[in-house]
Ligand binder design. Structure first.
Ligand code: ADP
Ligand code: MG
Length: 615
């Protein structure tokens, strides 16, 4: 009987599986363990992480490390994923044209349209003219209300009010005729005067309808189609607000500058094609299909895409001491996204959502560093270390330890940096692929699309359900149900959207509602994992046809623990007549530990067959 430990070094996680293998090849699994991968997968930086999980697995098994006959590691060729978000266009509004902020308590309700007039000039306005009164700093609310009432009495149509102080309701309540009042406009001096403007305030609990709609703004200001196109980002930035002001500045002040998007050059084994980044994710991915198998990808120097691919290459070359020109991009995944961009010229730091394309790229290098890593591990562990198999093949063997799983089988390994797939038929032949884009990309998309600038929080939003803290003692979950608490919730959670993590209730500092955050979360998972699952299965399927995959798909990896992703994949592949389910490796490990377990199973098999394992 011999004691072996299988070790899977992943992009995020290093997993181990300890087992006894009998003379007859019979395996007795003893324990499993996992820890964070130290450094970049497949490099000598991994040594401390591997040592740690091997110790942990042996301690759990109650085994003496001196008895270990071999540590089996996967052929972990290093993979570096890079991520670039390329904004397709940038909108710059040169004049201050909008105030889109959300004061806590705007006054009045409705839409007012007129020419902007400073409060002191109100007495000079002609009867019958429609005006928006701009009340600057230092004007008392009673004086403001009295002045506006006097103008209205003279026949001036004051249709809306913009105020510096937090006085909207104090003014609105004193007006003879109710009009919309937007307050807390800190930069009130910058509001252009003598210009057509519109003020909109929605009823409490509602959002504005006219100024958040490009055609609404076009109607108010009688814009032609070209002008409407230019004003569109303003409308987009105002979506979801309870109040807004839009001032129409003279023609020519609004400019729309398009930054040329870079070109991605995809070099395949037989053909080479170029695709513009601004063509969008779908076009990029369909171009990739036409050049597959990919040999390399490059971008125009001086563009985002060029810079990003160069960065990935540099990082890889640094880590593995390979010359830069030998590093090849092996796969890319393009995803449509949007990034909040500050609008130049907004008076309250408004953002518009700009379309962008995110690109995850993966680079695979030679096996050289792996041999070096094995040598270092031999020193550190004081045992034999064998490079014992290709990851996807091992994952298949591990997946087969799931109760109820049998050949033919396909696996989808959803990790942090890559999505891997493999199929095996009744025979021993295995087809596998290794694709860019997985859990970490989902986290990045959530982070950027919600403008969080906090990857840890984005990771929590990905993994855990949302709720709204409606009182100090109850929350409404995203599915509509209510949960009560005996102890008051943290003060900073009150009236906030929160994420219910396993380490407590964390507020999300954003003005997005539960529904919006949920939609971004689900859509990010869909754009990465459903796309990659189909792409991966298509590449391993007989004749490239997913329908020819007979049998079951076992979903594995850290991202298979997700509360939504396995269902999304099951739904997408059901269309092709495939049944997919989350793996339960060795009947106990859930979707984790497949590769580590497979390494042990493969070793036992090889020994039973008398075949050697590479040392
Ligand atoms: P790798 O094989 O690349 O090391 P893993 O299989 O460890 O990757 O998967 C890591 C990914 O799994 C990360 O993106 C992480 O966010 C994700 N993940 C881990 N636990 C969960 C969970 N409970 N729900 C959703 N995603 C998870
Ligand atoms: Mg993995």
């Amino acid at each position: 009987m011999s004691l072996v430990v299988g070790v899977d070094i992943g992009n995020s996680t290093t997993e181990a599986c300890a087992a006894h293998i009998g003379q007859d090849g019979k395996i007795t699994y003893l324990s499993g363990a996992l820890g964070r991968t130290s450094g970049v997968k497949g490099t000598t930086e991994n040594v401390p992480g591997v040592v740690e999980v091997v110790r942990l697995a042996l301690a759990r098994a109650g085994c003496d490390p001196a008895e270990v006959q071999a540590v089996l590691v996967n052929e972990a060729t290093p993979v570096v994923s890079g991520l670039a978000m390329e904004t397709i266009s940038e909108t710059i509004i040169t004049e201050s044209t909008m105030i889109g902020h959300n004061p806590g308590t705007p006054g009045g309700v409705g839409l007012g349209v007129g020419v902007t007039v400073a409060f002191p000039n109100l007495p000079r306005c002609a009867a019958g003219s429609a005006v928006i009164c701009v009340v600057g700093a230092g004007v008392d609310f009673e004086d403001a209300a009295a002045g506006i009432n006097a103008a209205i009495a003279r026949g001036v149509r004051v249709t809306g009010v913009v105020v510096h102080a937090d006085d909207a309701n104090l003014i609105a309540n004193r007006l003879g005729e109710p009009v919309p009042v937007v307050d807390e406009v800190t930069l009130v001096d910058k509001v252009p005067l003598g210009m057509p403007a519109a003020v909109e305030v929605a009823e409490q609990g509602r959002t504005i309808r006219t100024l958040s709609n490009a055609y609404g703004i076009a109607t108010v200001f009688e814009l032609d189609s070209e002008q409407t196109r230019m004003i569109a980002p303003v409308a987009r930035a105002l979506v979801g607000n309870r109040s807004a002001v839009v001032v129409r500045t003279p023609a020519g002040d609004i400019t729309d500058r398009r930054i040329p998007a870079g070109t991605l050059i995809l070099i395949g084994e037989k053909t080479k094609r170029e695709v513009e980044m601004d063509a969008g994710a779908e076009e990029i991915m369909s171009t990739l299909r036409r050049v597959r198998p990919l040999v390399d990808a490059v971008g125009d120097p001086g563009t985002h895409v060029g810079g990003m691919l160069a960065r990935v290459r540099d990082t890889m070359s640094e880590l593995t001491a390979m010359p830069v020109d030998t590093v090849r991009v092996q796969d890319v995944l393009a995803v449509d996204t949007f990034v909040p961009q500050r609008i130049t010229g907004g008076l309250a730091g408004e953002f518009a959502l700009e379309n962008a394309v995110a690109l995850a790229a993966m680079v695979r290098t030679s096996k050289g560093p792996m041999e070096l890593l094995a040598a270092r591990l031999r020193e550190a562990l004081g045992t034999e270390v064998l490079i014992a198999g290709v990851e996807a093949d091992m994952a298949l063997l591990g997946a087969l330890t799931t109760p109820g799983a049998g050949r033919p089988v396909a696996i989808l390994d959803l990790g942090g940096g890559s999505t891997d797939a493999a199929v095996t038929t009744d025979g021993a032949e295995v087809h596998s692929v290794h694709l860019a884009g997985a859990g970490d990309l989902v986290t990045s998309l959530i982070n950027s699309e919600l403008g969080l600038e906090n990857l840890e929080l984005a990771e929590e939003i990905k993994k855990f359900p949302l709720a709204k803290a409606e009182s100090f003692f109850h929350i409404r979950m995203e599915d509509g149900t209510v949960r009560f608490f005996d102890k008051p919730l943290p003060a900073d959670a009150f009236s906030r959207v929160v994420v219910l993590t396993d380490s407590g209730i964390h507020p999300i500092p954003t003005r997005h509602g539960v529904e919006k955050i949920r939609q971004v979360r689900r859509s990010a998972k869909h754009r990465v994992f459903v796309v990659n699952a189909l792409r991966a299965l298509e590449q391993v399927a007989p004749d490239g046809n997913i329908r020819h995959i007979i049998g079951f798909v076992v979903v594995l990896g850290g991202s298979a623990l997700d509360f939504e992703i396995p269902d999304m994949i099951a739904e997408a592949v059901a269309e092709f007549g495939i049944v997919s389910g989350t793996g339960n490796v060795r009947g106990s490990e859930g979707p984790r530990n497949a590769v580590a377990t497979g390494l042990v199973a493969g070793y036992a098999l090889a020994r039973a067959n008398g075949t050697a394992v590479r040392g």
